[in-house]
Ligand binder design. Sequence first.
Ligand code: NAP
Length: 551
Amino acid sequence: MSASIAPMGASPQAAPPNALVLDALIIGAGFSGLYQLHALRDRLGLAAQVLEAGDGVGGTWYWNRYPGARCDSESHSYAYYFSDDLLQEWTWSERYPGQAEILRYLNFVADRLDLKRDIRLGRRVTEARYDAAANLWRVRTANGEAYAATFLITAVGCLSSANIPDIPGLQDFAGRWYHTGQWPHEGVDFTGKRVGMIGTGSTGIQAAPVIAAAAAHLTVFQRTANYSIPARNAPLTDDFKQWARDNTAELRRIMHLTPNGHPFTIADRSAHDVSAEERQAIYQAAWDKGGLQFRAAFRDLLQDKAANDTASDFLRAKIREIVKDPETAAKLANIDHGFATKRPPIDTGYFETFNRDNVALVDVRATPIERITKAGIQTRDGQEYPLDIIVFATGFDAMTGSLLKLNIHGRDGLALREAWQAGPRTYLGLQVPGFPNLFTITGPGSPSVLCNMPVPIEQHVEWIAECIRHLRANGLTRIEAQPDAAERWVAHVNAAANATLLPQAGHSWYLGANVPGKPRVFMPYAGGMARYREVCAGIVERGYEGFKLTG
Ligand code: NAP
């Protein structure tokens, strides 16, 4: 326990007898939680602690240890930019950081900033209740501990609640099964095994080539065919490493300027501004370069359907070019949505994997999975695929799943689950009316998952820390988003989404469509990170417009 704990802003007697009373309690020790702890404890001097369900820090990168797990953001941008010291002291080894390296990085940061002494591992939060009389959040964990804090900050990530589809018969399966987001730490030995993998999102597309190389046989069960751009991962040269170290200020500037927080700008030309030959050459150059930058080839790929079609057609043609069996190629290229209207994956040899003799593709849109049997997976046409291992690369109950699991109750016992029955309603993705002093880092209604994540995380952490500093400096103890401000923000989030092609991919997890029964609401803010940053700053300048601050 930290020696720095001291009650503040509320009477410690009001907490349950065994509760630890803090200024701030942070849930989650990933990218967000680590920085939030540093910002509150070390910059503001608050008594703050982190509760983390895992047995180590790292969040997403602690849990997602599936084969091929790697970030799609380039490593020189996938880092904390709040500290020049950290930037200078850490060196990435590859163009895209792998899971193990990111986990080492986050441990390095936690050690370097001496954060671990205030992080309580193995604490899964089971309940958080606001006690209005004491102005305290009372939090309980699965191991029976109780905490109380003036401010409760969720840093639980947007993609951390595993979506395991309810396919009949799973309990009868005689083999082993795994969800990619809950991967065993000791790894999985695929040698000699017949593996079935369900899902062709970013995760499945990364995992398939690695599993295929190790297993006796891999069957990929594809429901929605997907685009993918080659990542073209490679070790970083010493020159590049030096360049990145020498240009941190400029990189930070660009990442703050661009809509998605990446270290590259979007071309200032329409796909219609150039001839068909020029367009082809531009796409080919972007394909050769690899990575998410492909999306930045033209400014209107996500706004104009005809522009988007040009990119989609180019990428479908690439699939047909790479995959030798025409029938398999046709299934892989039978993509029913525009490029990047669902989160675009990047890959290392994904489509090439289907040229291997030990890999098969099953189109479960045409022949849906009927049940899991003792021996494997059975599809509606009566075909049974015998398997030793099933890998669920089936994604997450994104953005709201992990928040709802916390079992949060605000003023007058209002359950977050009830408040969000028709979908998440937030102000800026930072606060929810009825839940005073609760902040949600990269919550629904903020740019979050549409960005290179450390950028929105840093902005939220800093906004929250500044807000708490402001409250304390002014003798205030409570902040709550106002319902009319949240209504306006939700309308703005919808309008921003509708100004793009993003909501047109009807089965995307951005809309919650991957989880049966989840309300279909476009959850992230599509207006761009730079614009969002300005909106948040303006609200502060106007005296926390839309929030009610009380003492
Ligand atoms: P995802 O994008 O939601 O993909 C899940 C896949 O499983 C989809 O192909 C989905 O099909 C399929 N699926 C789900 N339920 C199914 C069912 N009952 N039957 C058959 N198929 C089913 O999940 P993800 O691949 O884990 O990626 C989630 C997000 O995490 C990404 O979009 C990205 O933001 C992040 N991520 C990032 C990286 C990276 O940076 N490298 C890597 C992995 C993940 P439908 O499309 O038809 O629903």
